[in-house]
Design a protein around this ligand. Structure first.
Ligand SMILES: NC(=O)c1ccc[n+]([C@@H]2O[C@H](COP(=O)([O-])OP(=O)(O)OC[C@H]3O[C@@H](n4cnc5c(N)ncnc54)[C@H](OP(=O)(O)O)[C@@H]3O)[C@@H](O)[C@H]2O)c1
Length: 324
């Protein structure tokens, strides 16, 4: 028996149930791991509420974690008991132990802690693909990042800054503005108090942005489109305030022949080669000091409901971990 947090029916934080579950022996190509830290993500909220559909009920929430290998199944040659590993994978992360396909694991370099590994595999890899693959951020680009003080936000602002971009961030409070400014933002906009489109126009002297990274969704749409220069790219990668409503394609034309994409991590690390390219680049950025991993909150796994309340009520900054 091991401990896990299961959802038996979708709903509020109270549906997160800490209980005993069976974890079987690893099968062909699988590894059993003991998890030392689990990453908390907004996607966990979407699955809990039913905005994103889990394959069935009950399910164990959570998609990223780090820990040590306990046992390997037949055919696994590249991992051994005791190896330090981390992953981004399907639901099942909120647990003390789990079984997972070996090809979804990466080895943690010595200099990366379990806590860092647990928040880098979903949040860090997402920031990697958003800034290197969805749009290749380069010196001189002007970039708008919404929710700049969040888990994704602080990593994205730091990395975009390190790539030479001019970074504009939006945040929900003055305290978050200070944190975003200390993590790579050149300008911060308090989007609950100021008209962020007007502020982007002012800051950019009317030149607007090359790319907008929008994980907020409903409340920043369609303003995000108005922050883009002609032929700029709208990257809608999340729905913290609710989904972007359907809109006529002609809106992209009206705003200046824009491009738009709605990407997800799975499609950028679907092959082993892509996963390792992303993880290697990410770990190197952390080890070289280009990227500081801001783990600003830690909760016991059994207190995960409190973690969800904090995340949804916008009380967190940076990344948060759960300790099994
Ligand atoms: N597509 C992908 O591949 C992918 C992968 C990972 C994450 N994501 C998305 O990235 C976004 C950020 O994820 P995260 O885990 O790092 O979360 P987070 O940014 O740490 O938390 C969400 C933040 O969104 C802002 N927000 C604005 N309106 C909100 C509202 N009505 N309710 C709650 N928060 C609101 C809040 O910041 P302020 O107070 O500053 O407004 C809040 O702190 C999410 O939309 C997530 O789904 C997408």
């Amino acid at each position: 028996m091991t401990k896990a947090v299961r959802v038996h029916k979708v709903g509020g934080p109270e549906v997160l149930t800490y209980e005993d579950v069976e974890v079987g022996a690893p099968g062909n190509g699988e590894v059993r791991i003991r998890q030392h830290a689990v990453g908390l993500n907004f996607i966990d909220v979407y699955f809990r509420t039913g905005l994103y559909k889990a394959p069935g009920l009950p399910f164990i929430a959570g998609n990223e974690a780090a820990g040590e290998v306990l046992a390997v199944g037949p055919g696994v040659t590249n991992f051994h008991p005791g190896d330090r590993v981390a992953y981004y994978y399907n639901l099942g992360g909120y647990a003390s132990e789990r079984v997972i396909p070996a090809d979804k694991l990466v080895k943690l370099p010595d200099h990366i802690t379990y806590e860092q590994g647990a928040v880098l595999m979903l949040k860090g890899l997402t920031v990697w693909y958003l800034l290197h693959k969805t749009f290749k951020v380069e010196q001189g680009h002007r970039v708008l990042i919404h929710a700049a003080a969040g888990g994704i936000g602080l990593l994205a602002c730091q990395w975009a800054h390190a790539l030479g971009a001019h970074v504009i961030g939006t945040v929900g409070s003055k305290a978050k503005a200070d944190i975003a400014l200390a993590n790579g933002c050149d300008h911060v906009i308090l989007y609950n108090e100021e008209n962020f489109v007007e502020r982007v126009k002012q800051i950019s002297r009317g030149e607007l942005c090359d790319v907008v990274y929008d994980g907020v969704g409903k409340t920043t749409f369609p303003g995000s489109l108005s922050c883009l220069r002609p032929r700029g790219l709208f990257v809608s990668f999340g729905n913290a305030s609710g989904p972007v409503p359907p809109f006529p394609l002609a809106e992209l034309n009206n705003h200046g022949s824009l491009f738009a994409t709605r990407p997800k991590l799975n499609d950028y690390v679907g092959t082993r080669k892509e996963l390792l390219e992303g993880a290697d680049t990410l770990f190197a950025a952390v080890i070289n000091g280009k990227l500081h991993v801001p783990i600003n909150h830690a909760y016991a796994l059994k207190d995960v409901a409190k973690a969800h309340i904090d995340l949804e009520s916008r009380a967190t900054t940076g990344a948060a971990i759960l300790r099994p």
